[in-house]
Write a protein that binds this ligand. Structure first.
Ligand code: SF4
Ligand code: SF4
Length: 238
């Protein structure tokens, strides 16, 4: 990539999903950004958060490393890569070394990948930090806050009594997680939902049909035969 700032969480987790045993990111030295955007700080923060997410999901965070160097440091680059390869070899194969079978590993990686938009929104302020002191990097994201992040994981639920099938939420959902249609009560597919909160924002206030639930179960979806909305004054199902 032209800049490490382009490295996204999804790139890292996709590498692990393709069964890379380690991911190494080399970027320009901090405070020497060619584009003045300081994208390397953003990637540093992405890596620090990804390491905590890996811990949370039972993966060894040492499988991921970021180093900053200039293009003139070929010798250092080679040494660092060799050292990382040695480290990853000593950790062993992804998943197996962590006591996870293939199914568990796939499920954990799918789970974290689905939640990346939520995680980015929740941690957007810290992701734009520029911590110059390496001694502070380890404290930017704590284990406790990652535990809280998942403990407070929201679910979005459409109240069948309030939904008026205006279809706004289904049109605006970025991952097509809302099923609906004309005169049909809309339903959130919890498996597909990436917790972006857009449906809550766009549901017209006069309907206020979307609720954010934290720490409570999502009510079961309304059965198919009861999804058609009966409008007042029409006397029959429309
Ligand atoms: S929060 Fe709402 S808009 Fe966002 S992905 Fe989930 S269902 Fe779709
Ligand atoms: S925006 Fe609100 S009222 Fe409109 S379909 Fe979605 S949940 Fe129903």
């Amino acid at each position: 990539m032209m800049c490490t700032g382009r490295v996204d969480f999804t790139f890292i987790f996709r590498s692990f999903a393709k069964r890379a045993d380690g991911v190494f990111i080399a970027g320009c030295r901090l405070d020497e950004c060619k584009y003045i955007t300081h994208g390397n700080y953003h990637t540093l923060n992405t890596v620090l958060l990804t390491k905590r997410l890996m811990e949370y999901f039972g993966l060894n965070p040492d499988r991921l490393r970021i180093e900053f160097m200039s293009s003139a440091e070929g010798g250092r680059f080679a040494e660092t890569v060799n050292d990382f390869v040695k480290q990853v070899r000593s950790i062993g194969p992804l998943g197996k070394s962590e006591g996870l079978d293939e199914g568990e590993l796939t499920s954990k990686l799918n789970q974290v990948t689905t939640l990346i938009p939520y995680i980015k929104i929740a941690k957007k302020d810290k992701l734009s930090s520029q911590l110059k002191n390496p001694d502070l990097w380890d404290q930017l994201f704590t284990r406790e806050e990652i535990d809280a992040l998942f403990r407070e994981l929201p679910s979005y639920y459409i109240d069948p009594e309030k939904c008026q099938a205006c279809m706004t939420c289904a049109r605006r959902c970025p991952v097509e997680a809302i099923s609906g249609g004309k005169n049909l009560i809309h339903i959130v597919d919890q498996e597909k939902c990436i917790k972006c909160g857009t449906c809550l924002e766009v549901c017209p206030p006069k309907f206020s049909a979307v609720t954010k639930l934290i720490g409570q179960p999502v009510p079961p979806p309304v059965p198919e035969e009861k999804r058609t909305i009966v409008r007042k004054g029409k006397g029959k199902e429309s």
